[in-house]
Ligand binder design. Structure first.
Ligand code: PHE
Length: 340
């Protein structure tokens, strides 16, 4: 019995196995227990000899169980240290790290370009008053231009801004007219909302990037210069543009600056509605009424403003054919732009 036990215990690897072995030998129906029970059938002399033997075996089994218990614990500890040592902290994590949204990437890129040209970056509120969104940019009540922008009104009479121009008035009031010989140059990106039917080219939530430059001698040539810098920096190549007259109540004269469609190269595709051109940069000279409402003397100062369609620009730059990708939370689609 002792020999069998000794052989079995060297093979034991875990606490569970050890416990099982204990039960097999010393449990209620264990081998040793049964032997002890059997002693009562022997006569006194036999009982004395056999009892001694069985108890010796029992004691040595108990001892072996204790020492092997310790051995198993030590081995477990050594194993865990060894496997901890195998952990290599220098291996890059397999966890998903975040990436910037394509709109954010392009927004920051343009901000950097304009900052280097002396522009201040401003933020506009998303919830605006009717005054800021419309009246202050020369779109009075009942003006047909309000229909051009399908506005989301809130129950309290405020609205979700339909264009970044909604921040023009507050910015003019905040900074005031520039000092003599200086100009006020501000860039204000923002999320805009319009009640559009959503398809591959239309979203009810999109981003614009508005810019404004005000000074004593600002002219259309300043406007064109900055727009060219902007586009060539963004696309890193010469892009064909065309300037058409465009109507916006807050600029006079107003223009539509179109870019040759970079997706089809001007041949015509679904993104440019087969025209070969994309309306990308509406702009113009700030209307005197708008300057006046912002507290800036329109006899003395002039300025230009532009409202870049940031979402559309991102579509062009990254050749994204469906605008719905941007708000889709589809990480597989969105993550690939972080490397470009
Ligand atoms: N706010 C206009 C729009 O969203 C764009 C614009 C901005 C046009 C500034 C001219 C000057 O449609």
């Amino acid at each position: 019995i002792k020999a069998d036990f000794d052989e079995a215990i060297t093979k034991v690897q875990s606490k569970d196995e050890l416990e099982q072995l204990r039960i097999n030998y010393l449990g209620k129906k264990g081998i040793v227990t049964e032997l002890l029970k059997g002693l009562k059938n022997l006569d006194a002399a036999e009982k004395k000899v056999a009892g001694k033997e069985v108890n010796l075996v029992k004691n040595s089994i108990e001892e072996a169980l204790i020492t092997n218990g310790k051995r198993i614990e030590e081995e477990a500890l050594l194993n865990s240290i060894a496997s901890a040592e195998k952990f290599d902290y220098s291996i890059p994590s397999k966890l998903n790290t975040g990436s910037l949204h394509p709109i954010t990437i392009i927004q920051r890129q343009i901000e950097d370009i304009f900052k280097s040209m002396g522009f201040i970056i401003e933020d506009g509120l998303e919830v605006q008053t009717e005054y800021n969104n419309f009246e202050a940019v020369n779109i009075p009540k009942h003006h047909p231009a309000r229909d051009m922008q399908d506005t989301y009104y809130l129950e309290n009479g405020q609205l979700l801004k339909t264009h970044t121009s909604a921040a023009q008035n507050a910015i003019m009031k905040k900074y005031g007219a520039p000092k003599p010989g200086e100009t006020l140059k501000v860039l204000f990106p923002g999320r805009c909302f319009r009640n559009e039917n959503i398809d591959a080219c239309h979203e009810n939530t999109f981003f614009q990037m508005e810019g404004m430059m005000i000074g004593e001698n600002i002219s259309i040539s300043n406007l064109i210069y900055f727009m060219k810098v902007l586009l060539s920096e963004v696309f890193q190549r010469d892009v064909k543009v065309r300037l058409r007259p465009g109507f916006f109540p807050f600029v006079e004269p107003g223009f539509e600056l179109d870019v040759n469609c970079l997706i089809c190269g001007g041949e015509g595709c679904s993104t440019c509605k087969q025209s070969g051109w994309l309306e990308l940069l509406p702009c113009g000279m700030i209307h005197p009424n708008v300057l006046e409402m912002g507290g800036i003397d329109s006899d003395k100062y002039t300025g230009f403003a532009f409202g870049l369609g940031l979402t559309r620009l991102a579509m062009m730059k990254y050749e994204i054919k469906d605008i719905r990708v941007f708000n889709s939370a589809n990480l597989k689609a969105l993550k690939q732009f972080s490397k470009k």
